[in-house]
Write a new protein. Structure first.
Length: 342
C-alpha cells in the first residue's frame, strides 16, 4: 500500500479495500502523521523531527530523558527505542541514521516524549470522512520478555477487547479518528480501509502513539474471531461508501492469542525446522500461520494460536493448552499473555 498498490488496482478497474499511496503515509511516515496530528489538534506526544545525522546527534545530547526515538519509515514494528541515557540515545541515532539498520526508513527520525500509561489498539473501518460504529479494541504485547521486558518485537500476543475500555474512552477515540479522517480528506487524500490507531491512556486521557493503515499483527488474530458481521459485508460497505448505515456486531466472548516464535527472534531467527503438533489442536482453536511454509519455519514469528472464551482466564487457559501441543526446534513464546485478567 505504501508503494501504491491500491492506486494501481483501482486504475485497472478493480474494487479495492485499502488506502491510496498518499493516505498510506499515515503509517509509512511517522513524521507525516505527527505533523498532521499537531496541526489538527489530535492529542499526541510532543516530538522533534530531525533529518541528518549531525542534527540528530546534537539533539540526542540535549533532549529530555527518557525519550522515545523512532525511525520515520516502515521497520516491521522494530524501529522504536525507549532510551534512558545519553549513550543509549547516541547509539540509537548511530544505528538508525549512521549504520542504516532499517535502510532509508531512518533518513529522518523522531525524538518523542515518552508517555506513561496503558496502551490500547483501536480499529475503525473508514471511507473518507465516515467510519463504522462501534469501534473494536485489542491490547498487544510488544516486548520479547515476560512482564514487558526485553527488545521490541512485531508483537508476541494480544487479547480483545481491552478490559479497561469504557464509553468515555470510546468518545475520545472517535473524536481523534474523526479529526484524522477530516484532516486527510481536507488534504485531498481521503482514507479508505481499516485504520489502526495505537493509543496510550495517560492521566490526561487518550493520546495517539501511531497509526497503521491495515489490521495489526497479532491484533487482527484476536479481533476477527470476535466479528459477527461478515467481514465481506464490512469490506463491501467500505468500498461502496455505505458504512454510515452499517451496524457492526461483535461477540461478547473475549479472545486471547499467543505468538510462537523462532530462536533468535527479534534478531536473526533460526529457521528451516519442521513444525509438529498442529493436528492435535482443539476444534475451536484459530491457527494463523505467519513465518511458516510447507510445514516448516521461514521467519521469526511462526504462528499465532488464538482461543475465545467467556472470560480472559478461560480463553487464556484454552489457548496455552493448545500452544503447548506445538513444537519445533528453538520454539519459544511468552507465558504471560492476558495473565491476571478476569
Amino acid at each position: 500500500m505504501a508503494e501504491g498498490l491500491s492506486d494501481y488496482l483501482r486504475g485497472v478497474g478493480l474494487h479495492v479495500f485499502g488506502p491510496s499511496k498518499a493516505s498510506a503515509q499515515l503509517e509509512g511516515s511517522k513524521a507525516f502523521a505527527k505533523l498532521l496530528m499537531q496541526k489538527c489538534g489530535i492529542p499526541t506526544a510532543s516530538a522533534c523531527i530531525t533529518a541528518g545525522l549531525a542534527a540528530a546527534k546534537e539533539y540526542a545530547y540535549q533532549c529530555e530523558l527518557p525519550i522515545v526515538i523512532k525511525v520515520d519509515g516502515l521497520a516491521s514494528g522494530k524501529g522504536v527505542r525507549i532510551v534512558r541515557t545519553r549513550q543509549e540515545a547516541a547509539d540509537a541515532v548511530t544505528d538508525f541514521m549512521g549504520k542504516k539498520v532499517f535502510g532509508d526508513s531512518g533518513n529522518t527520525i523522531l525524538f518523542e516524549k515518552m508517555l506513561v500509561g496503558r496502551e490500547v489498539s483501536v480499529f475503525a473501518f473508514c471511507n473518507g470522512r465516515t467510519f463504522a460504529r462501534p469501534l473494536v479494541t485489542a491490547c498487544d504485547y510488544k516486548t520479547a520478555g515476560e512482564r514487558n521486558t526485553g527488545p521490541n518485537t512485531g508483537g508476541m500476543g494480544a487479547y480483545s477487547p481491552s478490559e479497561f475500555w469504557n464509553e468515555e474512552l470510546e468518545r475520545q477515540a472517535k473524536e481523534s479518528i474523526q479529526r484524522t479522517l477530516d484532516a486527510m480528506a481536507d488534504k485531498g487524500m481521503p482514507f479508505h480501509g481499516v485504520l489502526y490507531v495505537g493509543f496510550m491512556l495517560t492521566a490526561e486521557g487518550l493520546k495517539v502513539l501511531e497509526f497503521n493503515v491495515r489490521f495489526g499483527d497479532p491484533e487482527a488474530q484476536v479481533i476477527l474471531p470476535r466479528m459477527i458481521t461478515p467481514l465481506s459485508s464490512v469490506i463491501e460497505a467500505t468500498i461502496d461508501g455505505t458504512l454510515d448505515v452499517l451496524s457492526l456486531q461483535w461477540a461478547e466472548e473475549v479472545c486471547v492469542g499467543v505468538v510462537i516464535a523462532s530462536a533468535g527472534y527479534p534478531g536473526t531467527p533460526q529457521i528451516g525446522f519442521q513444525v509438529y503438533g498442529l493436528q492435535n489442536l482443539d476444534p475451536r482453536i484459530f491457527v494463523f500461520k505467519g513465518g511458516m511454509r510447507n510445514g516448516g519455519t521461514t521467519a521469526g514469528r511462526v504462528l499465532t494460536i488464538a482461543a475465545c472464551g467467556k472470560s480472559f482466564a478461560e480463553a487464556q487457559q484454552v489457548c496455552y493448552a493448545n500452544v503447548r501441543r506445538i513444537s519445533f526446534e528453538g520454539s519459544w513464546y511468552r507465558t504471560d499473555i492476558a495473565q491476571g485478567l478476569s
